[in-house]
Design a protein around this ligand. Structure first.
Ligand code: HEC
Ligand code: HEC
Length: 277
């Protein structure tokens, strides 16, 4: 090892431009010092960036953290630890947004009980608050469409415009009266009767199963309000002036009904006449 004095002299010599006579040992030492410096620099750079990586978890809002806990209990078996999906069990939920969660969990379709072609509507397992927390978790995880705030999403909606939009975009699957109907491969478009404003909005944003996605570019938020107004006020709350609506399936059911009722009446009349004579 060189003494302090030697080192200082070497430094002065270099500053004055005189080539310092350096031994192999000192060159090795210099290399080691440079390596150490490089390592420390890399370490410093790592610690500077590392906190932002760790912070992802802590940056999640309280609601999302609660949602994550619920998710880990009830959804993780089919959708994976970070909602990235599980092969053959459930799709990735990254980027589906809180709208899809609100629709699926709010209508009781999720958590799915068993694998089937189409998860049916059921009474929801989670409370409204829990559904919001689950949605918030998926939202903060991967972004995606969100339903606007509020329970009444059809205030000021135009019924006539909504009816027109409904007949163009929805009636081929959900029927003109919103009663629903069968689709191919054992699937079906359900009745729209039990759906809340938020669920109708969320269905349009997320397009569950065979239903197309109606993003805000295809159907603007104002048009969505018109459609919801039409479904809720015209289809779901209108009294049927004729009594029974027969599912509002149209003329074939009505024809069948009158045929059956008529035939029964005719048969009984015939029997009555035969009995009298
Ligand atoms: C038994 C497995 C299973 C469980 C448990 C389950 N899911 Fe699912 N999930 C599925 C399957 C399969 C689909 C796709 C089928 C469908 O869309 O009907 C799906 C679809 C979804 C979708 C729609 C994704 C999209 O593309 O829009 C959401 C959102 C969802 N699940 C959320 C949840 C949440 C939240 C939970 C927990 C509360 C949960 N799921 C529990 C199997 C499951
Ligand atoms: C191509 C067929 C198709 C079209 C078009 C369609 N839907 Fe659907 N819709 C479906 C299917 C299939 C489901 C059931 C999804 C499931 O069970 O996961 C559904 C479900 C729904 C639900 C949920 C009902 C419930 O159980 O609470 C609502 C609300 C809805 N659709 C509204 C609409 C509206 C509004 C439109 C028009 C803007 C529309 N749909 C257009 C096929 C369709």
């Amino acid at each position: 090892m060189t003494s302090d004095n030697d080192r200082r002299r070497g430094l002065f010599a270099r500053l004055r431009g005189r080539p310092a006579a350096r031994s192999r040992g000192r060159r090795r030492l210099g290399a080691a010092v440079r390596l150490l410096a490089a390592l420390m620099l890399a370490g410093g750079a790592y610690t500077a960036f590392a906190p932002s990586v760790q912070a992802q978890d802590t940056q999640m809002s309280g609601a999302a953290t609660d949602g994550k806990a619920l998710f880990n209990e009830s959804c993780v078996s089919c959708h994976g630890r970070n909602a990235q999906g599980v092969e053959g069990r459930g799709p990735s939920l990254v980027g589906v947004g809180s709208a899809s969660v609100e629709f699926q969990v709010g209508t009781g379709r999720m958590p799915m009980v068993r694998q089937e072609a189409q998860a049916p509507r059921k009474p929801p397992v989670f409370s409204d608050d829990e559904i919001r927390q689950l949605g918030q978790y998926i939202q903060e995880l991967g972004g995606g469409p969100e339903v606007p705030a509020g329970e009444d999403l059809h205030k000021g909606g135009n019924l006539a415009a909504g009816g027109e939009l409904f007949r163009i975009n929805c009636s081929q699957c959900h029927a003109f009266g919103g009663g629903g109907g069968a689709l191919s491969s054992g699937k079906y478009a359900p009745s729209l009767k039990p759906a809340t404003d938020r669920q109708i909005y969320a269905a349009m944003l997320s397009g569950p199963q065979n239903m197309p996605v109606f993003g805000d570019n295809q159907i603007t938020p104002e048009q969505k309000a018109d459609i919801i107004a039409y479904i809720q006020e015209n289809l779901n709350h209108n009294q049927d002036p004729g009594g029974f609506n027969l599912g509002r399936y149209g003329p074939s059911t009505e024809g069948l009904a009158i045929f059956l009722v008529g035939i029964v009446a005719l048969v009984f009349t015939t029997l009555w006449i035969a009995g009298k004579s």
